[in-house]
Design a protein around this ligand. Sequence first.
Ligand code: ATP
Ligand code: MG
Length: 483
Amino acid sequence: MPFRLFIVDDDPEYSALLQFQLRKLEDTDIQVFSRGEHAYDSLNREPDLILLDLVMPGQGGLETLRQLKINNPELTVIVISSQTVVGVALEALKLGAYDYITKGHDDTVKIRRLVEQFIERKKLSTEVELLREQLRVPHGIPGMIGESAGMGKVLRLIKKTLIGDLSVAVVGESGTGKELVAHSIHYNSPRRREPFILVNCAAIPRDLMESEFFGHEKGSFTGAHARKTGKFEQANRGTIFLDEVGELNLDLQAKLLRVLQNHEVQRVGSSETIRVDVRVICATNRDIPTLIEESKFREDLYYRLFQFPIQLPPLRERDQDALLLAKFFREDFLKRHQDVKPKAFSAATRQLILEYDWPGNVRQLKNAVERALLISDSEELIPEDLMLELTALNTSSKKTTNGLSSVEPSVDMALNAEPVDGVTLLPQHPEDICSLEDIKRTAVIQAYTVCEGNVDQTSIRLGITRSTVYRLLEKYKKEGHSF
Ligand SMILES: Nc1ncnc2c1ncn2[C@@H]1O[C@H](COP(=O)(O)OP(=O)(O)OP(=O)(O)O)[C@@H](O)[C@H]1O
Ligand SMILES: [Mg+2]
């Protein structure tokens, strides 16, 4: 992150002299203001240090200092003045100034030294904070279960991402925990008290994407009734999680690249640029190199986003993790639902959990365990309670396990399943008429539920794109349907 410095002085020559003196400081972004009010109005740019002249037209230095300190008591302000009046210096220090420099012989050199020292101290305290962070995460990441070699590697990589601001790309099949990884990185990083903003790139209608990302001004297009801040601005100082990034169209890819390069966004309909300090994490289950070959994804954006790739292994390649996860989900569910009777997994169920292929990965396992606890009629959870035959899909390759999972799934099974909450069932009598919209909604919600929330499989089974599945689900959710 660059170090941000404001120079506030009504004398342009003196400001230029200071800028000249500070030009060699590395990674420092300097902005000059001729009046205290202007600097105050620009506090959203979040300066680390302000060099403030005392005698200025308008509200003057002391008043500006008072306001700045009320707004942000932590802000460091060095006061500069041509007056050597002790009373004024004392007043400035009382108001919270970090130091007081008198203009004259060697003043700009003294200021440069002070600024250098300050930057050094700030860097040091950031490093100390980072080391503390690392110590705070001794083993594993809270809420992330897994002891397999594959997950051990993932956890080690996650810890490495906590230092620095490299863009992280989480890659893996549907339901492997990509969103959980993004959460873990943000909430264990020094940015954890700042916003974590999720953007599902597949769920936003094409024509609203730019405004969703970067915001818009009132009246900038039909329907823009009020000014809106975009997701990047909302995520300022924090993390933005671009889920399903492989679904972004080329036009938005170009705009996203510009933001990543310049750290600035422009609202639709505005010429003003707004600085943003945002860490980017993205996720995808698409093969981005193939998309690049097909000219559907920009190579330069790929290198920007994939600075730190994390590949999540599918659950079937995680040794004993499936059982660990199943136990974790059982305990977690029971804790949240005290009225559900606690039950252990039978030996056959444990074996099935370990041998099954889990095409829907961790999400499918979680759903299966929670459902089993709800429907079980026996003393312990038996293999049938997991209902893997009913919810299995043609596209998944399953191992045969103690004679249970070899049942081929059929559409009949899915249709004979219990009706899903909020879904209008198709008419039972030939003379009844059902709207196409109802049929579509029924088909989508039913498929999504049968596919255990796996959007990939839902889209394959329905023969529509992933983004259409996302869009329709969002719409039905807004209409009040739960699934
Ligand atoms: N290692 C893990 N430990 C505990 N829970 C996990 C783990 N991995 C995933 N989960 C849980 O599994 C569910 C699915 O995870 P998540 O939504 O992160 O997957 P995803 O890869 O983003 O899926 P999709 O590709 O469908 O968007 C969530 O409820 C998540 O909390
Ligand atoms: Mg996800």
